[in-house]
Design a protein around this ligand. Sequence first.
Ligand SMILES: Nc1ncnc2c1ncn2[C@@H]1O[C@H](COP(=O)(O)OP(=O)(O)OP(=O)(O)O)[C@@H](O)[C@H]1O
Length: 332
Amino acid sequence: MEPLLEIDSLTVSTRTTSKRLLDGVSLRVAPGEVLAVVGESGSGKSLTALSIMQMLPRVLEMSAGRMTLAGTDLTSLRRREIDTLHGGRIGMLFQQPRRMLDPTATVGSQVAEPLVRHLRMSRREARRRVLELLADVGIDEPARRAQAYPHQLSGGLAQRVMIATALAASPPLLIADEPTTALDVTVEAQILQLLKQKKRELGMSVLFISHDLNVVSSIADRIAVMYAGRVVEVGTADEILTQPEHPYTKALIECSTLRTDASGQLYVIPGGSDTARELDHGCRFRPRCGLTQEAHLEQVCDAREPVLLSIGRSPAEHECRCWGTAEEREGA
Ligand SMILES: Nc1ncnc2c1ncn2[C@@H]1O[C@H](COP(=O)(O)OP(=O)(O)OP(=O)(O)O)[C@@H](O)[C@H]1O
């Protein structure tokens, strides 16, 4: 199936120092599919989303071999076309829903905005449609809520309003950047449920960004794992969660299952990712990698950066960037 969103070799660097923050990121999202992008803080998840939405800050510059949405080249859009993209072709959800809403405008007028702008509805038509949209995302008494201001909403209610706004113009793609991270666990479960229901009803694709594998396991069809600005493993959610290959993915899974060691300490991945980008040769994960030492691969992992190799039954079904994994497979 032709992908809806296709990104090839996306690189983002700082303009002044040319520091590479994203390095050759390639991703594909099929129509109706949820691709989750996971990784620790600073791995490049949000920059990937901002690049797709053409919302990178001016201090950063981007280059991409290819970045298309339903065949449209996103890298050459003009200002007006980018305005049409936001909300019209890509719905957006962020971590702090109350901060993303305009504090001076009522809920109703904010949900109406994409209806007027993208679907060219009259204000009157839009007011009627807003009530349906609010009810559709599980908001009681939509007429009363439409009159409310963002500060009068709980976090969960504000995220429901953001979902109604993001999906108002039925965009084919939703980008959700940590949409449940700021919510408490019961509300988080309800919002995930709502997103799954909306995805089913509307048949949209979703790029779902999270640092939490537990969260993505309930919603993702495929998972891409990022480390220090690169995709290190990608595959179906089932394969990544049950047969992870990259030592970093395995470590993330260990962390997400709240495993404790013999002394009762919670498992954490040793070391930090902050210096990984400064490594100018070899694998960026090697200073933290147990496999490198275990399999005596220091020289190999130090010499050259691993490439993303296909390890699935069919090409591109499961790919992993690790010399150790490649070596094990060759030996087997
Ligand atoms: N405007 C900027 N100028 C310089 N560096 C930046 C800028 N924005 C992001 N970065 C750096 O780029 C890297 C990737 O950032 P990004 O926000 O994409 O990470 P993330 O995976 O989304 O993390 P988090 O989960 O904490 O949001 C980080 O090292 C970050 O410090």
